[in-house]
Design a protein around this ligand. Structure first.
Ligand code: SF4
Length: 216
């Protein structure tokens, strides 16, 4: 149907099992068979997502600063899925937003929507294809799904228009990170909060070392 209506096969994502912390692929197939089944669509989105699916992110992530998660039903913003609380944006739309990067405290087992977040560059040190290249399709008649302006827009990286933090600023951001949101109904919220607490002391010490290297 996609070929008939829009000139090329649809892109694919990876369905996941949200009932367990690891959020694995939602399939009974062994991984090799799963990939063989779906790779026939030759979807760049699926191919890139397969490389990041299940990989915990250990790099400094600017979620909460360069983008955030907004619940349009309530107006509650958090740094990322299950990330720290940023604010209730609909309460006062003139109030400045308290942007705060989540840093090294990714609250999830893996960046399951990294085909968007990572390709747009929320972790600048990570080399990724552009989001445009994952979303576009070239049709047999030469037409493309993305128009030129949209292709240019989705080819950008967030670091081109945002400032990166120094090592000291990164440690400070991690130390001051807000608790994972208690407003979201997420059964993993408690686990995220325990992890957040255990990491807090680590970043306090790191910040101290960066500020006073001679003492350490
Ligand atoms: S899920 Fe992805 S975007 Fe969100 S904090 Fe983790 S690495 Fe960053």
């Amino acid at each position: 149907m996609a070929i008939e209506r829009v000139g090329a096969p649809c892109h694919l994502t990876i369905a996941r099992n949200d009932r367990v912390w690891e959020q694995p692929r939602l399939t009974a197939l062994p991984l090799r068979d799963y990939n063989a089944t779906w790779s026939v669509f030759q979807s760049n989105l699926f191919a890139f997502k397969s490389t990041i699916f299940g990989v915990p992110r250990r790099e400094f992530c600017y979620a909460g600063d360069w983008f955030f998660y907004l619940d349009l039903g309530t107006g509650i913003a958090s740094q990322c899925y299950n990330g720290g609380y940023i604010g209730h944006l609909f309460d006062d739309v003139d109030r400045p937003i308290a942007f705060r990067p989540i840093g090294y405290q990714c609250p999830l087992a893996h960046c399951y929507n990294g085909h968007a977040f990572l390709s747009l560059g929320v972790i600048p040190e990570l080399q990724t294809p552009t989001y445009a290249s994952l979303r576009n399709r070239e049709c047999p008649d030469g037409r493309e799904w993305l128009t030129e302006p949209m292709k240019r827009f989705l080819s950008g990286k967030l670091a081109e228009t945002n400032s990166q933090l120094s090592a000291e600023e990164q440690a400070k951001a991690c130390y001051q990170n807000p608790k994972p949101s208690r407003f979201k109904l997420c059964k993993y919220a408690l686990l995220s909060r325990i992890l957040w607490k255990s990491k807090r002391e680590h970043y306090r010490e790191k910040l101290e070392k960066l500020r006073n290297p001679s003492k350490h």
